[in-house]
Design a protein around this ligand. Structure first.
Ligand SMILES: [Zn+2]
Ligand SMILES: [Zn+2]
Length: 435
């Protein structure tokens, strides 16, 4: 079996791995980068109007023969680990006949993103895969493993061919609401792994102030009980673990969780996958209508849903009247000033900033200071800590461990055994065992 990491050996984001035998070629993930060559934030505006050839010449798209539209297809399948753009964001460039395998949750969230944020993913030949249900793609046997991550329904993959076993960790952690998956994996790890491709996003980051989702839930509950004004929650509506933490905190503090149409739609779409996900018509949940969300949903053919959501609508006046028992989900920094303009007396109120601190801009911090809004960072990472990565590597005990999805590949040999650091595009031949 041959392995090439097209992108991801030295960076977080834009992951893309190719595995091949004499007769079969598959890709795992085809993400949009998070950083450019200078390690500054990748600006997706650069993609606009450029052809595949132009993007290849700028080294934005990797050279992968038989992958792109308008060429003869020779990639047999693409596996997508989860619904974060840094793992699937370049799928709109691929040949439409190539089957794209992903979990039901990832498919739903990608479809929602396509309606509300990044349009353009059309004609994908998607096929759904399930936890622990193996599938065969010509020479390859693939077994998906459900993992704990900030993206809902995220997968790792065991890939077998030519007598070799490769494990791709994807993005994962051991401190979310699905942490039992991690414990089970340690108890019952896939055996005889020749090669483990393991993420290391947290190698650069400081120790966490909040260790897990339970601590986040506790902190939100405490804030809601103590604080006598509206509390805002800044988080991603696609971080389902975090929404569950927030909702549970609201129930305990007898507060109303105010979500928007976009969030209500996400929860609605995931209902069929997990019955435990809070829904717009559950106790203590109300919907704030934002006109641009309503327009997007109507344009996508969901006008009827707006009438249904309307029954749980909350007005700015109602929010103002019940200020001391409101947790209001908000997200977009540029929308926020408009949101609070309609609500009276927000001075001295709290913003729970529940995302990676790197997203918080100076402009927004200064804005909060000027408006006398108290900003508190309450977050736990979507990625495993160094200790959990070590426990994971020890349990899988691979003959070779290759860093991926990390800025700190050179730190791996200090933390793990049998490390082999690759370069993007380097070909690694995994020799067949002599039988
Ligand atoms: Zn990622
Ligand atoms: Zn991720």
């Amino acid at each position: 079996m041959k392995l090439i990491i097209h992108r991801g050996t030295q960076e977080i984001g834009g992951s893309c791995v190719e595995l091949s035998t004499a007769n079969t070629r598959i890709l795992i993930d085809f993400g949009m980068p998070l950083v450019d060559k200078k390690r500054e934030k990748f600006d997706s505006a650069i993609l606009k109007g450029k052809s595949v050839e132009e993007l290849k010449s700028l080294s934005i798209l990797p050279e992968i023969k038989g992958l792109y539209k308008d060429e003869e297809k020779s990639i047999d399948a693409i596996l997508i680990s989860h619904s974060h753009l840094d793992h699937y964001g370049f799928l709109n460039y691929v040949h439409p006949d190539i089957p794209v395998y992903l979990s039901a949750g990832a498919k739903e969230l990608i479809d929602v993103t396509n309606i509300f944020i990044y349009g353009g993913l059309k004609n994908l030949n998607t096929k759904l895969i399930n936890n622990k249900q193996s599938l065969t793609i010509k020479d390859f046997k693939i077994t998906p493993y459900l993992v704990d991550h900030s993206a809902f329904d995220a997968l790792a993959f065991l890939i077998e061919a030519d007598g070799k076993r490769v494990f791709y960790s994807g993005d994962f952690r051991a401190h979310g609401r699905k942490r039992s998956l991690f414990k089970n994996m340690l108890k019952n790890p896939p055996e005889n792994i020749d090669c483990l491709l393991m993420e290391g996003s947290m190698l650069t980051r400081d120790r966490q102030e909040y260790n897990n989702e339970d601590e986040i839930e506790g902190k939100i509950e405490k804030t809601l009980k103590e604080h006598k004004n509206i509390t805002f929650l800044f988080t991603s509506s696609q971080n389902i673990d975090r929404l569950v933490s927030a909702y549970r905190a609201c129930l305990k503090a007898d507060s109303i969780f105010v979500i928007d149409i976009y969030t209500a739609f996400i929860l609605d779409k995931l209902k069929k996958i997990s019955k435990g996900i809070p829904q717009f018509n559950w106790k203590n949940i109300r919907i704030k209508f934002l006109p641009h969300h309503a327009d997007r949903l109507a344009d996508a053919g969901y006008r009827d849903l707006l009438y249904v959501y309307n029954k749980r609508k909350i007005t700015s006046l109602e929010i103002s009247k019940n200020k001391n028992r409101i947790l209001m989900l908000t997200r977009d920094n540029s929308m926020f000033p408009r949101t609070i303009k309609e609500i009276k007396g927000v001075e001295g109120t709290k913003i729970i900033y529940s995302m990676w601190a790197g997203y918080l801009t100076d402009t927004f911090s200064q804005y909060c200071e000027k408006k006398e809004l108290i900003l508190e960072h309450v977050h736990t990472s979507g990625h495993a800590t160094n200790e959990d990565l070590q426990a994971f590597a020890k349990a899988l005990n691979p003959s070779m461990l290759i860093p991926i999805h990390t800025f700190e590949a050179d730190k791996y040999p200090d933390l793990f055994k049998n490390v082999k650091i690759l370069k993007d595009g380097e070909v690694l031949e995994l020799e067949s065992k002599v039988l």
